[in-house]
Design a protein around this ligand. Structure first.
Ligand code: UTP
Length: 289
């Protein structure tokens, strides 16, 4: 089982699509059933063998640091009240001391800039990037699937999935070359194309394994689509010189940065919970048109 030791979580975005909920509360802290979105991402990375969780945060995001800390008063109260299972769940969800590292993106200049802010912590080794909004429910953690693919190819690997034609303008889209075992050679990446210009319907989803050379390309601070420093632009520059693949991963992805995707995630995950599934199913039945 291959692993990627360092994973970067860029969480400095403004989350404007989920306003007003995200005016004060970071979108990564919104709950899906009873866990904040960020916790699903951290658990996925941990299950994939990651040992250093690097958060690129911004103003108003310190609540995430508290979430991954020991809450002394709460823990001792739960202990006194003998609420063992609640306490166990809380402590098991915590990364070990020193495993979480926070750095700041001082202004939201784009995803590429956020990843660049982690350059000194990542150093000179392949690393993962996880966009927390993309909650992926799978048998094998999606980050593990990417790490295994990276071990085979030695290059950059992006999670990809087929999207309806009319949605290509929401994603980076792959111009596909040869295909083998779920891996698609990336010949070109097109950021948010109109359906007519899209080279395929294979969209890049928020999981990546990248070679450290990406930082050299990001250092150019080239402004791209939307006036932001785009990760896609820097990735494009590595195509041709290093192996570059998209992986059609096994699993279901929910876009929790979008209201409908967020609602779907809550319903799908709650339906799977033994203590909630039947009750929720009966409630949903009363809403059927
Ligand atoms: P999004 O495109 O989802 O932007 O960013 P956003 O600001 O988070 O949300 P909306 O679109 O305004 O609702 C993709 C990922 O990149 C991070 C975000 O936190 C998110 O995980 N990001 C984006 C940064 O860390 N810094 C940035 O400057 C931009």
């Amino acid at each position: 089982m291959a692993s990627i030791k360092k994973v970067v979580f860029p969480v400095a975005g403004l989350g404007t699509r989920m306003l007003p909920a995200t005016k004060v509360l970071p979108k990564e802290m919104l709950p899906v059933v009873d866990k904040p979105i960020i916790q699903y991402a951290l658990e996925e990375a941990a299950a994939a063998g990651c040992e250093q969780f690097i958060f690129v945060t911004g103003r108003g995001k310190t609540i995430m640091e508290d979430h991954f800390d020991r809450a002394f008063e709460l823990f001792s109260t739960l202990e006194k009240k003998r609420k063992e299972s609640e306490l166990r769940e809380l402590t098991e969800g915590l990364p070990a001391a020193g495993e979480v590292i926070y750095t700041r993106q001082q202004e939201p200049r784009g995803l590429g800039h956020a990843v660049w802010c982690a350059r000194h912590v990542v150093g000179d080794e392949p690393f993962g990037v996880m966009l927390v909004d993309d909650l992926i429910h799978s048998r094998t953690p999606c980050m593990q699937q990417l790490a295994d693919a990276h071990a085979r190819t030695g290059g950059n690997v992006l999670a990809i999935m087929e999207v309806p034609e009319e949605q290509t303008r929401r994603y980076g889209v792959v111009d596909p070359g040869s295909r083998e075992d779920g891996l698609v050679e990336v010949r070109r990446l097109v950021e948010k194309p109109d359906p007519a210009d899209a080279p395929s319907r294979l969209a890049v989803i928020g999981r990546y394994v990248l070679l450290p050379e990406i930082f050299r390309h990001l250092s150019a601070h080239q402004i791209g689509a939307g006036g932001e420093i785009q990760l896609t632009d820097a990735m494009e520059r590595m195509i041709g010189s290093r192996p570059f693949h998209g992986l059609s991963f096994e699993g279901r992805r929910f876009d929790c940065g979008d209201k409908l995707g967020y609602l779907e995630a809550i319903i799908a995950l709650a339906l799977e919970r033994p203590e909630l599934g039947d009750g929720l199913r009966s409630i949903l039945a009363t809403y059927q048109r």
